[in-house]
Design a protein around this ligand. Structure first.
Ligand code: PMP
Ligand code: GLN
Length: 389
């Protein structure tokens, strides 16, 4: 008998790496490039609207699916950027961040014993949500350094019990933006095997160079089998607000409403007012988000290379994978990241935690570059000065 009352299938999910590394960063006063959150304030209009809404008394429960203004703003955003037509009443639901959206979707759609495929590495909440649902989590590897998806490997991972493929592009933690060919390949597999696709697009406006964000729901035959998830946290630099949304066919939104209403019922009335204003900002404001992060990416990449890391290419998000092998550290990425706040005054995340086969990524760590350029430059300078044990 172990002494935890926690059910067995959740015992591998007790503390997230993000809290662990953020605590170490605080303890040692380190620059926190671990947990992904921006240090820029959100757009003034968005912040002002939330304050206005609070003062105007928008402080009680919103409708379970979200306030009408917010659902309309999500539908308009999907139409403006991707040409997706949505009925705000039946095809949009607001959630407590993308995390709740993903958990509610998986709990609603994954039967006990069903298999769920995700890209490896994958953002940690997917495996946790599948475990809560009693499903079986499988991963298909993105191959570094460009993190390409092998479509033959994807198809080989499908079994008669497979029910869901989780797509995430731009991808956390690698920064890979799935190519049109990769997206079409995933769509082909989903259609061939009659699978549901849950697509996590929280970094949709953080895309660089020639990369383009293509929602998989826009590919032929995909809307009817896809639930698209996004969130305000990254786009508007308001990760603490926890406002996310799901869009897709009404039958999916109805099903997921059943789990959402038993988790939070509804959330964040004044913040929904703020985010609705954000989603309606002009195109150039969205364009500036990508351009801003692209410049920060370049600052961090240059600094990490100067400090001796090998860095992998980043097409989107605010994450960068770095290989510690050239540094000659006598340990894996986990040990490296545990020591980093004290040794260098910087925090990062060991990429192993995102892999089902952690031993295959012992040399990889993830940095977040969503910080002011001077903060990134200072972090890089500290890393360059670090001595190895
Ligand atoms: N999906 C991905 C890929 C993420 O990186 C994150 C963290 N920002 C989330 C979902 C969670 O988003 P939220 O904070 O809106 O729950
Ligand atoms: N999404 C953020 C990241 O990948 C962390 C969110 C969290 O702390 N759960 O760093």
């Amino acid at each position: 008998m172990t002494d935890t009352p926690l059910i067995e299938r959740l015992r591998g999910f007790t503390t997230t790496i993000f809290s662990e590394m953020s605590q170490l960063a605080t303890k040692h006063g380190a620059i926190n490039l671990g947990q992904g959150f921006p240090d820029a304030p959100g757009p003034r209009e968005v912040l002002d609207e939330a304050v206005r809404a609070i003062r105007a008394g928008a402080n009680q429960y919103p409708p379970g699916h979200g306030i009408p203004e917010m659902r309309r703003a999500v539908a308009d955003h999907q139409h403006r950027f991707y040409g997706i037509e949505l009925d705000p009443l039946s095809q949009v639901m607001i959630s407590a961040g993308a995390t709740e959206a993903m958990s509610a979707a998986i709990l609603a759609l994954c039967e006990f014993g069903d298999e769920v495929i995700a890209l490896e590495p994958s953002y940690d909440c997917y495996a946790g949500a599948v475990a809560m649902a009693g499903g079986v989590f499988r991963q298909v590897r993105l191959h570094e350094p460009a993190y390409t998806l092998d479509l033959v490997e994807l198809e080989a991972a499908v079994t008669p019990r497979t029910r869901i493929i989780i797509v995430n592009s731009p991808h956390n933690p690698t920064g890979h933006v799935l190519t049109p060919e990769e997206l079409q390949g995933i769509a082909d597999v989903a259609i061939r095997h009659d699978l549901i696709v849950l697509t996590d697009e929280v970094y949709e406006h953080m895309v660089f160079d020639d990369h383009r964000h293509i929602p998989i729901a826009t590919l032929p035959g995909m809307f009817e089998r896809t639930v698209t998830i996004s969130s305000a946290g990254k786009t508007f630099s308001v990760t603490g607000w926890k406002i996310g949304w799901l869009t897709g066919p009404a039958r999916f939104i109805d099903a997921i409403h059943t789990t959402k209403q038993n988790m939070t019922y509804a959330n964040g009335t004044p913040f929904q007012h703020g985010v609705a204003v954000g989603l309606a900002l002009p195109d150039e404001r969205f364009g500036a988000i990508g351009a801003g992060y692209q410049a920060l990416r370049d600052v961090l990449a240059e600094g990490l290379v100067a400090a001796g890391f090998d860095v992998h290419p980043v097409g989107g998000t605010f994450f960068m994978m770095a290989d510690i092998s050239p540094l000659g550290f006598p340990g894996d990425g986990y040990e490296f990241c545990r020591q980093l706040p004290e040794r260098a005054g910087v925090a990062a995340i060991p990429a192993q935690v995102f892999y089902g086969e952690p031993q295959s990524a012992e040399n990889l760590i993830r940095f977040c570059f969503g910080k002011r350029p001077e903060v990134l430059a200072e972090a890089a300078a500290r890393l360059a000065r670090m001595s190895m044990p």
